[in-house]
Design a protein around this ligand. Sequence first.
Ligand code: GDP
Ligand code: MG
Length: 650
Amino acid sequence: MRNASHLTPQIERWGLQNAGFDYDIVAVFGSQSTGKSTLLNRLCGTNFDVMDETRRQQTTKGIWMCRGKGMNVMVMDVEGTDGRERGEDQDFERKSALFSLASSEVLIVNLWEHQVGLYQGANMGLLKTVFEVNLGLFGKKSADGRSQRTLLLFVIRDHIGTTPLANLQATLTADMNKIWGSLSKPPELNDRQLSDYFDLSFAALPHKILVPDKFEAGVQDLRKRFTDKSREDYVFKPMYHKRIPADGVAFYMENIWEQVQSNKDLDLPTQQELLAQFRCDEIATVALSEFNEQAKPQRKPIESGKVVEGLGNMMRSWKAGALARYDRDASRYHQGVYKRKRADLISVIDSTISPLFLGQLKNLHKACLVSFKKEMVDGMRGDSYDFAEIVKTARTRCEKRFLEGAKEASLEDTDWSYEEEFTLLSEEVKNVADQCRKDETKKMVNVIERNFKRNISEPVDLYLNKATPDMWDKVLKAFRETLEKAESSYLTKAKSFSCTDEENATALSTLRKRAWLALRSKIDEQTSDAAFLAKLRTHFEELFRYDEHGVPRVWKPEDDIDGAFKKAKDRTLELIPLYSKISPIEPSLAYTLPSETSDSLSAEADDFDFPSTLLIFSETKAVDLTNRFRKDADAYYVEAKRSTVATMAQ
Ligand code: GDP
Ligand code: MG
């Protein structure tokens, strides 16, 4: 492996992408042509190149990876680690050690039996490199406080059997500790033991060529240690795992390989953080795109003004789904990064759906207001209804519906709020109700005014047709009584409107002015020129043509026609000042209108000058009427005179 960029598709092809931590990595080290590839192929069912025995030619130097057959194991075959006389190889050895240790749980150290104990041998140099590299990588404890452990599994090949495995094991262990002791460690790691970082394990295999059956049996036995989790000597113990999630292994290895190749310092925590950033971003992107797919179809209806039923639940489930998706894959990564990216994801999600929430509120507001108006109109359709009750019921229903909808659409753990929209709605509801009430009050005042006109008409006719000195007292008394009735009828009805005191005052003042004007127009009717002259005539006739017993007079020549005429005329003329001004005898009856100016109900009241309405005839008018009456009276006089002449002539 010179270039690791093809690793991602490879791991996907191996079907390990979703394995999480449920996979293992093993790497093999050892001199050239010690049967490493052969061993791996037999152990794991891989198909690494094996040197062709007939051609005895070294295979390409590099690191090869395969997936073990029937096992979640990635197998790394490190080739060409030999010939320590060549500096170039030492460099490659170091690089492959770095790369393997950064990812593998188990390092197989493959060696011939006759290499055991050769402290100066090529393998020992390799192991020294491995230990040094390991100190650099895992010297300090990791963030979670445990030091990273790796299993070194020594596989002794061509084990003849004369030296028992236990002896070989002791020799190798002693050698390892010697090597460890000879390392120049940084001062802070001086007291660290080999066993702080490595577990040593051993296996021996018989000669493959000489005793192929025994070799095969040995391999099968060894294989169990790679597959049977229940065995005590199972090699892939959790503590050896490098905790790189399977879906990030490729990216991780590619980066590490790159770092190693370019001789950069390999800082694993940084690498893991980089990996976490990269993967968490990728995972978040996938989660977000699924989320967007779900959210998209609701955008249109909201924009077109629809209230989407159950939007909150939908949004909750999209969000929960996206987070679950993210958590499933991303939570395996560096916790700090995972949490930071999670917060980012949440804020992107929230800001994506917040327009839906706001749109829903706006639509809900509109819908609630529309049904409020409709309910008001429907409620006031009949004749008898309690306005205040209608408003109360409609408002309660409207606000309840809004709040229920708004709460449903609100998401937990957000700073979303519907208070403002609710306040707006409440204000609009109040405005609509106020307008309705004003319209209703106006209507009601009109009805009362009509009734008032009807009720005042008869008494005014009656009293003004009988010119008595207390005529105005009677008219004003009738006016007062009728007005009182009208006012109390207003107040009874207004109670259910829950009008404000100011509105009541305005309505009453309007009512009073209109009542007065109604009275005034009724009086005008009775005191029009024609009507009034007729009144004078009648009055005069009654005095002049009838005697005190109401009997028609038949004038005789000796009668004092002139005296009677003058008397009747003078008494009739007295009526003109009586009718010319509304002036009761009893001063308490004098009616004045309250000087109400802020009158929204009646525009005509704006330039209303009450005192001038008390005057019925002006001076000039009175003179004019007097003259016209005189003519009428003169006619009666002439007629009376004629009748005596006629009587005499008979
Ligand atoms: P590698 O270079 O370490 O991968 O070694 P190979 O697997 O390519 O094997 C090199 C040669 O050793 C091949 O010719 C194999 O047939 C042979 N070989 C493999 N395993 C054994 C073994 O256990 N004993 C012996 N003596 N030869 C082996
Ligand atoms: Mg090989």
